[in-house]
Design a binder for this molecule. Structure first.
Ligand SMILES: Cc1cc2nc3c(=O)[nH]c(=O)nc-3n(C[C@H](O)[C@H](O)[C@H](O)COP(=O)(O)OP(=O)(O)OC[C@H]3O[C@@H](n4cnc5c(N)ncnc54)[C@H](O)[C@@H]3O)c2cc1C
Ligand code: FES
Length: 326
């Protein structure tokens, strides 16, 4: 039985891997069983230790008062990642024994994610979470559009489950990838090539929301980018109903394009951003981002993506669209 350490709202724990299956050319879905996992929101993330758990050998080193410790490259460089890696919660469900089922969808890009991709049932992984601030769900009359690009899609899957459980019906997904074999979701049927939203993507739980799929090379769905699909979706609505809220996650360039487009279209918008995260808990300052603050002389201040985000309202962020202050 894994030991849960920490406060009521966060845990650090070794958890069993239930399965690790490929979803596409470079993404795997990893299901974990986490007893006592605290309440979590879509958009929050966990930090995974991407190497064997267990005590590591201490290194003895001289540390002269006027210099640096003498540690050789060989001692310092390791074949295992030293820092934990952040991953969005891609889904959460309840097991019959009360443990939370958690899904992580990982794109293999380097040392840590390569280790994750080779996990097998019976392996364990050390997890800290849930961390950060998730999406704020708007009132029931506000239509929602979930815009995800590539590895930004996972938190929107968990969001789709939660919206379905909350009885939300006016929800559309717009999911894009470079090509069909890089989509980190399974297609339940062929997506439309003209940008029509249809039920074609496997969403978690019983969520059956219509989706527009885009690929840069046209190998699935609408050829082009998610912003073209968002524009098409908006013009089809032709001002019907309340202005929608866009919840977006994906590469930075995509997020800034979505930020600008939603402004032009008069839509509200939340962005789930990615930064290199050393600790995930607000101590290392590797994840700083500028947010507007009228109380500061400069009109902005630093915030931490790991604790103030990773989800921000579009209008909080200063740097969207690359417009940095002078
Ligand atoms: C809040 C948050 C949520 C995330 N959710 C997911 C997710 O659900 N699924 C997923 O696959 N990935 C996610 N990521 C990105 C993931 O954390 C990185 O891909 C991972 O840390 C890479 O580890 P690695 O050891 O395999 O790569 P490394 O060997 O550390 O690096 C390999 C390459 O990836 C780049 N890289 C490493 N970390 C990041 C990062 N944070 N942002 C951008 N580029 C990076 C490096 O610059 C390098 O080029 C998330 C990141 C954040 C901050
Ligand atoms: S990741 Fe360390 S402060 Fe945010």
């Amino acid at each position: 039985m894994p030991e849960v350490v920490g406060t009521e709202t966060r845990c650090a724990v070794d958890v069993p891997v239930l399965r690790c299956d490929p979803i596409c050319r470079d993404h795997v879905a990893i299901d974990l069983a986490v007893p006592g996992f605290p309440a979590s929101e879509p958009g929050q993330f966990v930090q995974l230790r991407c190497c064997e758990s267990g005590p590591t050998e201490p290194i003895e080193a001289d540390w002269p008062a006027d210099g640096f410790p003498s540690i050789s490259d060989r001692q310092f460089a390791s074949s295992q990642p030293f820092l934990r890696r952040p991953f969005s919660i891609a889904d959460r469900w309840q097991h019959s024994d009360g443990a939370a089922g958690l899904r992580i969808i990982s794109r293999t890009v380097g040392m840590g994610t390569r280790w994750l991709a080779h996990l097998r049932p019976t392996d364990t992984v050390n997890l800290t979470g849930p961390l950060g601030r998730g999406f704020a769900i708007p009132p029931p009359d506000v239509p929602l559009v979930l815009v995800g690009g590539g590895v930004g899609i996972p938190p929107l899957l968990y969001l789709a489950r939660r919206l379905h459980e909350a009885g939300r019906t006016d929800v559309t997904a717009i999911f894009g990838a470079a090509s069909r074999d890089l989509l980190p979701v399974r297609l339940s049927s062929e997506p439309a090539t003209d940008g029509t939203a249809r039920v074609c993507v496997d969403l978690p739980g019983a969520a059956r929301y219509p989706a527009i799929v885009t690929t840069d090379d046209g190998s699935a769905g609408l050829p082009g980018m998610v912003t073209a699909a968002l524009r098409a979706w908006h013009s089809r609505r032709a001002g019907r109903g309340a202005p929608a809220m866009v919840c977006a996650c994906g590469p930075q360039a995509m997020l800034w394009a979505v930020a600008q487009q939603t402004r032009q279209l008069g839509l509200r918008c939340q962005l789930c951003i990615e930064r290199v995260m050393g600790c995930g808990i607000g101590t290392c300052l590797s994840c700083v981002v500028r947010v507007r603050d009228a109380n500061q002389a400069a009109g902005w201040r630093w915030a931490l993506a790991c604790t103030d985000g990773p989800v921000f309202s579009r209008d909080e962020l200063l740097d969207d669209g690359g417009k940095a202050p002078a």
